[in-house]
Write a protein that binds this ligand. Structure first.
Ligand SMILES: [Zn+2]
Ligand SMILES: [Zn+2]
Length: 752
C-alpha cells in the first residue's frame, strides 16, 4: 500500500511512502505517521493515496501511532483550502491545526504545579533495532512508539490515558535506560482560579430577539454580520443562539475572541451559561492541558470551544455555529506560516460542516461590510445600547498652533514641550480625577517608528501622489519617501495648503509620556502597558487586575489597553495623539484609527459615574475622528470606501504582500528588484490581470537585524492571484547567500 504524506517542512508536495503490513490497519487518511525524510525522522500526516513515480522507490514508514485518524475528513478539507489559498505547505497547516503534544513540538510553560514527564533517552531509528530491543517486551515497544509519536516526551498521565499499561513498564524502560522520568512544571489555569459566575439570564430586547431568531433559522453555511454598537448586547445574542443550538439541538460550536487574556469577561459569561461543556483554549495551557482539551472536544465531552485564532481548528463534530467576536481585529490573522485569517477559515469550515457563521463587531471590517451590503452576508443590526447606558462625552482637543505663532523649538522650556504632548484640558481633567480618586486611561495610538511631515497650523500631511498613503520622512539624505512605490520628494518647509510651518512628527514612546506625567504630577501612580512591560503570558491580565483593584491612577499604554476598558472607576480616557495612527504608511491606517477611537469613545465611562474622552489631534476634521466622535459607522464607511477606489485597495480588489528579507541590505533590495522584474515580464506574457506595486523598502525597514523590502500584487481575480503567489512561494529562485528569505502574505492585515 502506498500513501501520500504531508510533512511540516517547506515542501509544497506530499511525499509517497509504503505502508508495512504491521501498520496497515492503523494507517488511514488523517492519521499521523513517522517517516524517514532527508536522513531524519519526521511526523507527517496521511492525506491520500500515494503514487509511484518512475525511478523513485518509496521508503517504508516507520511508525503509525494513531488507532483512529487525528484529523477528520471535513477538517482535512478545510486545511487543504488553507494550504492552497494562503500558499503554505499542507503539513505546516496540519501541524498548526493540532495541539503541539500530537505534532512533536515541545514547549514547557512556567507555573506552580508539577507532574511526571516521560522522556526518551535512546533512539531506535530502524525497525530492526526495535525488533531486537523489544523482542520480549511488546508493551515496552508500544509505549516507545507512543512516546515517539508524541515527540519524544509526554506526561505520564497522558500516556496512560492513551494506552493501558502498568507502571512497571515505565520502571523497566527507565531501568534499561530507554527513557527517563522527570518532574515537569505545569502552568496555572487562570480561568479555573477565577471560578464561574452565576448565569444571570437577561431577556433579549426586540432587536436582539430578531437577531437570535434569524441566526437560529440560518441555513447551513450562511454568514451573518452582527453589527451592534458598543454596549448593544452582542454577547447575549451569542449565548441565546448557542442555548438553542447546543442545549436544544445537540450541536457544537466554536467561539473565537481576539485574545483570551484581554477578554476574561466574555469568556466568563460563556462558562456561566454552559459550565463544563466549554473548553477554554488559551495560550497559558501547557502542551498536556491543551491536548486534554483537544481530546475532550474530539470525544464530544466538551461541546463549545472558546479561544483565540487557532481555536478555529477545534476538533468538533456536528458543528452548529462559529462565532467570530470583534471580527475586525487584526489578531485573527496569523503572522507566520500558515498566514491564515481565522474569519475566512471560519466561513470555509462552516460551509464544509453545515454551520452558521456570526461575525460580530461595532466597527466591522470594510471587507465584511461590503459583503453584507452586496448580499453575500446577511446583515443584522443592534442599533441601541441595552439598559439605556449613557455614551461618554467625547471631546476633540485641537492641537494645532494658530498661524503666526511659532511652534516651540527643543530649546524652549519643558513646559512648552510638555504642552505638545499633554494639552491643558487633558492635564486638568487628569488632576481632577486624581483628587476624586477616580482612574484614567491614556492611550498612545501606537509605538511610533514612522516619521512624517505635518503642518503645525492646518494639520495637512504629505501623501504619495500614486498611492495615497502618507510619505515617510527620512533624515539622510533628507527625503519624503513612499513605502509602497518608492516615490521620493524633497520635504517642504512651508505647508502646501496654507503656507504654515511644517513639523516633523514621530510617534511618542510610552516612556516619554510616562516621564512627562511623572514630572508634572508626582503623586500619580502610573502603570505602563506596552510590548516592553507585557512579555509574560499573563502580564496583561496582571496589569488590568491592578487597575481593577484601584492600585493605579493612570493606565498608560498602546492600543492593547483599549480592550481592557471595562472598569467602573475609570472616568477619563485620553488619546494622546490620534494623528500618528491616521498617518501610518498603511492604506488601512484610517480604518484602524476609527476602530480604535470608536472603541474608546464607546466603552469609556461605563460605570454609574459616567466618563469623559479627550482626543488630541491636529486633524480634527478627519473622517476617522469626526465619525468616531459621532458614533457614525456608516458615514465613516462611505467616506473610507470612496478613498479605496483610486488607487484601488481592498475591498475593491485583493492584495498579496511579498516581503523579502536578508542580513545584507544590497542583496535584499536586489532580490526584490530582480523578482519584480522577472514577474512583470512573466505577467506581460501570460496576460494575467495582476498588477505589481513596488518594490520599495518596508515601512519598518529592519527587524531583528534583517533588512526588509516588499512589493504588492493587486488583482480582482482571486484565482490568478493564487497562481502568481504559488509561483513566488514555490519556484522563485532565491540565492543561497545572505540568508535571504521570501514571505508571501495573502490578504495582509498590516503592510508595515
Ligand atoms: Zn497648513
Ligand atoms: Zn507611492
Amino acid at each position: 500500500m502506498l500513501v501520500s504524506v504531508a510533512l511540516p517542512l517547506p515542501l509544497y508536495q506530499p511525499l509517497t511512502y509504503t505502508v508495512p503490513d504491521d501498520f496497515a490497519e492503523r494507517v488511514a487518511v488523517g492519521s499521523r505517521v513517522v517517516v524517514p525524510v532527508r536522513g531524519r525522522k519526521e511526523m507527517g500526516f496521511v492525506v491520500g493515496d500515494g503514487a509511484r513515480r518512475d525511478g523513485v522507490t518509496p521508503k517504508p514508514l516507520i511508525a503509525a501511532p494513531d488507532a483512529t485518524p487525528v484529523i477528520d475528513p471535513a477538517l482535512l478539507s478545510v486545511c487543504k483550502w488553507v494550504a492552497e489559498y494562503y500558499v503554505a505547505p499542507l503539513g505546516v497547516v496540519l501541524r498548526t491545526a493540532l495541539p503541539a503534544a500530537l505534532t512533536g513540538a515541545d514547549s514547557p510553560t512556567p507555573g506552580a504545579k508539577t507532574r511526571r514527564l516521560a522522556v526518551l533517552k535512546r533512539q531506535l531509528p530502524t525497525l530492526i533495532e526495535r525488533e531486537t530491543t523489544f523482542a520480549r517486551a511488546k508493551r515496552q515497544r508500544e509505549v516507545y512508539d507512543l512516546l515517539e509519536s508524541l515527540g519524544g516526551s509526554a506526561p505520564v498521565e497522558l500516556l496512560q490515558e492513551r494506552m493501558a499499561f502498568s507502571p512497571a513498564v515505565l520502571k523497566a524502560m527507565a531501568g534499561r535506560d530507554i527513557i527517563e522520568i522527570r518532574e515537569e512544571v505545569v502552568s496555572r489555569d487562570p480561568f479555573a482560579a477565577r471560578g464561574t459566575p452565576a448565569d444571570a439570564k437577561l431577556s433579549p430586547t426586540a432587536p436582539q430577539r430578531h437577531a437570535i431568531d434569524a441566526l437560529s433559522r440560518g441555513e447551513p453555511g450562511k454568514v451573518f454580520l452582527l453589527h451592534g454598537v458598543t454596549g448593544s448586547g452582542k454577547t447575549l445574542v451569542y449565548l441565546d443562539l448557542l442555548r438553542t443550538l447546543v442545549n436544544e439541538r445537540g450541536k457544537t460550536a466554536i467561539v473565537l475572541v481576539p485574545e483570551i487574556a484581554l477578554t476574561p469577561q466574555t469568556v466568563s459569561r460563556f462558562r456561566a451559561v454552559f459550565g463544563d461543556k466549554v473548553a477554554v483554549l488559551h495560550s497559558a495551557l501547557s502542551d498536556g492541558e491543551r491536548y486534554d482539551a483537544w481530546l475532550a472536544l474530539s470525544r464530544g465531552e466538551k461541546r463549545i470551544a472558546v479561544g483565540a485564532r487557532s481555536a478555529i481548528f477545534a476538533p468538533l463534530q456536528n458543528l452548529g455555529a462559529i462565532i467570530v467576536d470583534e471580527e475586525h481585529e487584526t489578531s485573527y490573522k496569523q503572522g507566520e506560516a500558515p498566514r491564515y485569517h481565522a474569519r475566512e477559515v471560519a466561513i470555509v469550515r462552516a460551509r464544509e460542516q453545515g454551520a452558521v457563521v456570526v461575525l460580530g463587531s461595532a466597527t466591522p471590517s470594510l471587507e465584511s461590510w461590503t459583503n453584507a451590503t452586496s448580499g453575500k452576508f446577511q446583515l443584522l443590526t443592534l442599533p441601541d445600547r441595552v439598559g439605556g447606558g449613557r455614551l461618554p462625552n467625547v471631546r476633540v482637543v485641537d492641537m494645532r498652533i494658530p498661524k503666526g505663532q511659532p511652534p516651540p523649538k527643543p530649546a524652549t522650556t519643558s513646559e512648552a514641550l510638555a504642552r505638545l504632548v499633554l494639552s491643558e484640558p487633558l492635564e486638568d481633567a487628569l488632576r481632577v480625577r486624581l483628587e476624586r480618586k477616580e482612574q484614567s486611561i491614556l492611550l498612545l495610538n501606537r509605538r511610533g517608528y514612522s516619521a512624517f511631515i505635518q503642518c503645525a497650523s492646518c494639520g495637512a500631511v504629505e501623501v504619495c501622489p500614486n498611492c495615497s498613503i502618507t510619505l515617510t520622512y527620512h533624515r539622510s539624505p533628507e527625503r519624503l519617501v513612499c513605502h509602497y512605490c518608492q516615490h521620493a520628494e524633497e520635504p517642504r518647509t512651508k505647508c502646501r495648503e496654507c503656507g504654515g510651518v511644517v513639523l516633523r512628527q514621530r510617534g511618542l514612546g510610552t516612556q516619554q509620556v510616562e516621564r512627562i506625567l511623572a514630572e508634572r504630577m508626582p503623586a500619580m501612580r502610573i502603570a505602563r502597558m506596552d510590548v516592553d512591560t507585557t512579555s509574560g503570558k499573563w502580564a496583561h491580565a496582571d496589569i488590568l487586575d491592578r487597575v481593577a483593584q484601584g492600585d493605579v491612577d493612570v493606565l498608560l499604554g498602546t492600543q492593547m489597553i483599549a480592550k481592557g476598558l471595562d472598569f467602573p472607576n475609570v472616568t477619563l480616557v485620553g488619546v494622546v495623539d490620534a494623528d500618528v495612527g491616521i498617518n501610518l504608511p498603511d492604506f488601512r491606517a484610517s480604518e484602524r484609527c476609527f476602530q480604535l477611537l470608536s472603541q474608546v469613545a464607546g466603552r469609556a465611562g461605563r460605570g454609574p459615574k459616567g466618563g469623559d474622552v479627550f482626543i488630541q489631534t491636529r486633524v480634527p476634521g478627519h473622517h476617522a475622528v469626526v465619525c468616531a466622535v459621532e458614533h457614525d459607522y456608516e458615514r465613516f464607511v462611505k467616506q473610507e470606501l470612496t478613498g479605496r477606489h483610486d488607487p484601488p485597495y481592498p475591498p475593491m480588489l485583493r492584495l498579496v504582500n511579498v516581503v523579502f528579507s536578508g542580513v545584507r541590505e544590497e542583496q535584499t533590495m536586489q532580490l526584490s528588484v530582480d523578482s519584480a522584474e522577472q514577474l512583470r515580464a512573466m505577467l506581460a506574457r501570460g496576460a494575467a490581470d495582476v498588477a505589481i506595486v513596488g518594490p520599495a523598502k518596508c515601512p519598518i525597514e529592519r527587524i531583528k537585524n534583517r533588512w526588509r523590502w516588499h512589493f504588492m500584487l493587486k488583482s480582482a481575480n482571486a484565482r490568478q492571484l493564487t497562481k502568481v503567489a504559488r509561483y513566488l512561494a514555490e519556484q522563485l529562485p532565491v540565492p543561497g547567500k545572505g540568508q535571504l528569505r521570501v514571505i508571501v502574505d495573502r490578504d495582509p492585515v498590516s503592510l508595515l
